[in-house]
Design a protein around this ligand. Sequence first.
Ligand code: C2E
Ligand code: CA
Ligand code: CA
Ligand code: CA
Length: 282
Amino acid sequence: SKADARNKLRVFEPAMLHARQLRNQLVGELREAIATDQLVLYYQPVIELASGKIEGVEALVRWNHPKRGLIMPDEFIPIAEETGLISELGNWVLKNSVEQLRRWRSSPETGRHNFDMRINVSAADLQRLQFIEDVRDALTAADLEPALLVLELTESDIIKGNELDRYTLASLRKLGVGLEIDDFGTGYSSISYLRRLPVDRVKVDRTLLTALGSDPAQPALIAAILQLIRACGLEAVWEGVENAEQAEHLRNTGCISGQGYYFSRPLPAAEFTERLAWQDIW
Ligand code: C2E
Ligand code: CA
Ligand code: CA
Ligand code: CA
């Protein structure tokens, strides 16, 4: 009835208002957070399963909020994307991660490792011509070869791409940075796209490991996914590896690389540096 609807409205409105105020506040604070270095990068290794060696490090951003503590990216990346702050945030991540890799490579304690830096790129970045320059500048500033930087993009970001996206991807490719599809298997994967996209590697989403956990068809499905990726001439990384059985199974099924809590959680730079100094095999 009308009265019910009015009552609902009355209950609903203050909550909506509150959520919007909270959001607006967060947007303002996020802008300041980028400018005042409240963002921090955590690092998680990607492991070559056959050797146990580290082949890459993924940089994962967190927001060290002065009052709220550590905020995870799922809570602020969507806001950054909707408000356009994502380009500043992305540039901050780019500069800081590449600079960290330069430090690891040039330090006597950690320089014996040879791995690349992998960062998450947002669809909005592909819409900016300046992004190509930002990448080039960050690599030049850190004096790193372009191949030492890998950009992770989700399938849906690449697939719904327009002409500008394609131009950006082709330019980045020409520059020599690595490109990787992230979260494979969660969007609408089309085999023809997988074949056509200018990428080197595919990261299979962790849900394809957990969701299949109890399914008797799991081993066959994992093998089929890996075969599909290989047939397209690409390398596979599987994310969300949480135990030795999974790592062992993936290795035996011909998966090149893995990432997950079993090898390491994402760690702050200081802790990651310590592990790099002492550890060769993960
Ligand atoms: P993603 O790129 O798929 O990153 C993997 C997420 O899975 C990370 O969450 C990581 O901490 C988590 N993870 C790693 N190993 C395991 C495991 O074994 N089990 C489970 N259950 N989880 C695992 P996180 O750090 O909260 O990041 C969430 C998402 O936020 C990322 O998903 C990525 O899409 C986005 N993100 C993170 N950093 C950035 C960034 O700098 N820029 C952009 N644009 N997005 C970012
Ligand atoms: Ca990723
Ligand atoms: Ca992923
Ligand atoms: Ca994901």
